[in-house]
Ligand binder design. Sequence first.
Ligand SMILES: Cc1cc2nc3c(=O)[nH]c(=O)nc-3n(C[C@H](O)[C@H](O)[C@H](O)COP(=O)(O)O)c2cc1C
Length: 192
Amino acid sequence: MKIERKPSTALLPTPVVLLSVAGHGKEKPNIITLAWVGTVCSTPPMLSVAIRPTRHSHGLVNAAREFVVNIPRADQVAAVDLAGVWSGVEHDKFAELGFTARPASQVAAPLIEECPLNIECVVRHQLDLGAHDLYLAEIVAVHYDEELIDSRGRLKTAALHAMAYVDGEYWSLGERLGSYGQAAKALRTGNK
Ligand SMILES: Cc1cc2nc3c(=O)[nH]c(=O)nc-3n(C[C@H](O)[C@H](O)[C@H](O)COP(=O)(O)O)c2cc1C
């Protein structure tokens, strides 16, 4: 049996990220927690973020047309939650969350130094979808904490301690289940 429900944002899990954006005029650089985030193109590498026009960050992203998507570790969940409740109108989230603004290499938005992975982005398209504006942004630089990269240049995924957002809850990732193409390889080679 299945239970059918009305249409909703049921897709899961989604990433949960900290978007950092440059200040504008008298406004300080800001941080906003986002879960409506995805990879949308390989060449050029692009991602999407969806931001409600009511957010303070929406105005800052519209002004700058650039931002950084910072991937937090699971032990940064409290800061992620607070950055998703506090507004930059009342809070200096860099200072109050104990984050360091590190200059990016390609964009004016600062990286969050304490996050292990930082993705610099330039907005290429903006779509008004209804409740949210969708930004499709090109990835122009990526920064990893050096301890995340092994001697062969590969990402040590477990060391990232990434988290996911699932139906209103923050979850750490569980065990590694396998890798890309392993099932097809097993079929070809006859291995299970
Ligand atoms: C886990 C989580 C995910 C969120 N995802 C989004 C999102 O994808 N888009 C959005 O507009 N707001 C999202 N929010 C809400 C904003 O982060 C929140 O309204 C924030 O206070 C806005 O900050 P600002 O006013 O400084 O821009 C999320 C909040 C949390 C806690």
